[in-house]
Design a protein around this ligand. Structure first.
Ligand SMILES: [Zn+2]
Ligand SMILES: [Zn+2]
Length: 257
């Protein structure tokens, strides 16, 4: 399929993506699959959710992510249903990240689990308004996404004034939130001596921050450009494979994308 001229997708982004895929030919099939999914929901309108300030206040009061709250989860599930045609119970379990239940329902309904997960989260991504997807310093300090509750799949070291700030990136609804610069977001280890970094081919674009306490790794994007491609988890699948060979754990996502 050609993804160059799809409507609703930014061409500038795609030109860069095309260059990227020319260097990473083996990702083309995965990319096509994921871009088709994004395209499927390209015209979906975001939900009418409370303002940014209200959301900040709400979730910080009890640390329950927005879409996990009793007053908002039905709203997102109602909106997801006609988009995905997934059984309601399955969508509920996906939203609650009850992985065992998701696995069982997919198996008994003969649904492809990876496709089901991806379809559900691609729909959620489009339903969350953009203004809720970037959280600055001290706006949210937990190690899970303030919008959907998933743990981060990646990080972005973004240039800020003289130094760099680290943002964690949700693999579900694609929210970015500012988080402390040093430390493992999975086990809380902050001992620099117990964290190491793996770089690839001498390039700084993407590296792995590895925690020696829990053996989890966090793929970290280190350039200043808007990380359109790199913060898509699937675009660095080859780094996950390399990490797996080194017996490291991927903690933010249940599926290899
Ligand atoms: Zn999220
Ligand atoms: Zn750790």
């Amino acid at each position: 399929m050609s993804y160059r001229h799809q409507k609703g997708v930014n061409m500038g982004k795609l030109r860069t993506l095309d260059e990227y895929l020319a260097e990473h030919e083996f990702l083309r099939e995965t990319a096509n699959f994921n871009l088709q999914l994004e395209q499927r929901f390209a015209d979906v309108q975001p939900l009418d959710l409370p303002s940014r300030d209200e959301v900040l206040k709400l979730v910080n009061a009890d640390e329950i992510p927005l879409l996990q709250r009793d007053d908002f989860s039905p709203k997102i599930l109602d909106a997801v249903e006609p988009l995905t045609n997934l059984p309601r119970e399955l969508s509920e379990k996906l939203l609650q990240q009850d992985n065992l239940a998701v696995h069982e329902i997919c198996a008994s309904s003969r649904l492809n689990e990876t496709l089901t997960r991806k379809t559900f989260w691609a729909a959620v991504d489009k339903l969350v308004p953009d203004e809720l997807k970037l959280w600055q310093r001290d706006e949210w300090t937990e190690n899970f996404c303030p919008i959907c509750g998933r743990r981060p799949v990646m990080a972005w070291l973004k240039k800020l004034n003289e130094g760099r700030a680290r943002y964690l990136s949700c693999g579900g609804c694609r929210t970015l939130w500012h988080w402390r610069r040093v430390g493992c977001p999975y086990c809380g280890n902050v001992d620099l001596e117990r964290i190491h970094i793996i770089e690839f081919d001498g390039k700084r674009t993407i590296r792995l921050d590895v925690c020696d306490e829990c053996h989890a790794y966090l793929k970290t994007y280190g350039e200043d450009d808007e990380p359109n491609i790199y913060l898509r988890d699937w675009a660095t699948l080859h780094l996950d494979l390399s990490a797996e060979e080194q017996h490291l754990l991927k903690c933010g996502a249940v599926e290899l994308e």
